[in-house]
Design a protein around this ligand. Structure first.
Ligand SMILES: NC(=O)c1ccc[n+]([C@@H]2O[C@H](COP(=O)([O-])OP(=O)(O)OC[C@H]3O[C@@H](n4cnc5c(N)ncnc54)[C@H](OP(=O)(O)O)[C@@H]3O)[C@@H](O)[C@H]2O)c1
Length: 263
């Protein structure tokens, strides 16, 4: 069956939307349609995950700083489903930008069921004492403060809704030490620590995990390896997204505080 010709029938009950999907096996399957916020949807893993989840008839609330890439993503999402996908130009390092994003999300009745804190920056391979000060600010502000900004503005909305799963994108670099990657590693170790601390603060209806996506061929991996050819030996974001979407949708409150990995 062609991706674009999959038939969905929708039923709204209270706050939840149920999809009935006609599968290749000839059976109808019922699934709840979720509102999923993903930061950094302009390229790489965030974009591929947004497209895969839209294809499964979930609603995407996405952001990045690149308006032209958001504009090109929009029709692709709506091609998969007519859900009220919502893309917003946000710099996660800016508290006021994230605050405006949260206000717009509330005004559009799109408080997320799931948040994927995916936006991040990597850095060139070098010793910490050779790292440029701007690079330190950019990586820590994006990977750590950006993740905190999203949590500060969106977790209260999830608490009000009495449900929510927060997934903070980590890395092998957040669980192991790698020479000449101290800056990026320390930002991802911070994401791991943050996730485990916040897990102890959340009410029991919510959960937070860190997720190592594995190595995937993106601009970020090419920057880290210093070589597009070497990076291209790894799976593409599209290949990765199918497994990742199943993992994201399968996380429950019993996973609270866990460090998960996509293998
Ligand atoms: N690829 C891998 O092999 C790998 C391995 C381990 C972990 N990870 C993690 O997986 C996540 C995605 O990585 P990726 O490889 O897909 O990276 P990528 O291709 O470089 O994409 C990064 C995304 O983050 C967004 N972003 C960066 N700074 C932002 C900001 N200040 N505000 C809003 N959005 C911002 C970018 O959008 P704009 O530039 O348009 O704003 C872009 O959409 C990251 O957390 C990364 O650490 C990746």
């Amino acid at each position: 069956m062609n991706r674009n010709t999959i038939n969905y029938y929708k039923l709204a009950l209270g706050n939840s939307h149920y999809n009935y999907r006609f599968e290749e096996s000839g059976c109808w399957r019922m699934a709840v349609s979720k509102k999923i916020l993903i930061t950094g949807v302009s390229k790489g893993l965030g974009r591929a995950l947004a497209l895969e989840l839209a294809n499964r008839n979930h609603t995407i609330i996405g952001c990045s700083r690149d308006q032209s890439k958001l504009d090109s993503l929009k029709p692709l999402l709506f091609n998969f489903s007519s859900n009220p996908h919502f893309l917003f130009n946000v710099d996660v390092t800016s508290n006021s930008s994230v605050e405006m994003f949260a206000q717009a999300v509330v005004e559009n009745n799109l408080v997320p069921d799931i948040i994927v804190n995916n936006a991040a920056l990597a850095c060139r391979k070098c010793k910490i004492w050779e790292t440029e000060v701007e690079e330190v600010d950019n990586v820590i502000n994006t990977n750590v403060k950006g993740t905190i900004n999203i949590m500060r503005h969106f977790i209260p909305l999830m608490i009000h809704n009495k449900q929510g799963i927060i997934i903070n994108m980590s890395s092998d670099a957040g669980r192991a030490a790698h020479r000449e990657y101290a800056l990026y590693c320390s930002s991802k170790w911070a994401v791991e620590g943050l996730s485990k601390c916040v897990a102890k603060e959340l009410p029991e209806e919510l959960a937070i995990v860190s997720l190592d996506p594995g190595a995937v061929y993106t601009d970020m991996l090419a920057l880290c390896l210093g070589d597009h050819h070497m990076a291209s030996q790894f799976p593409s974001p599209r290949q990765w997204a199918s497994k990742a979407a199943t993992t994201v949708l399968g996380i429950t409150t019993s996973d609270n505080g866990a460090s998960l990995t996509i293998n």
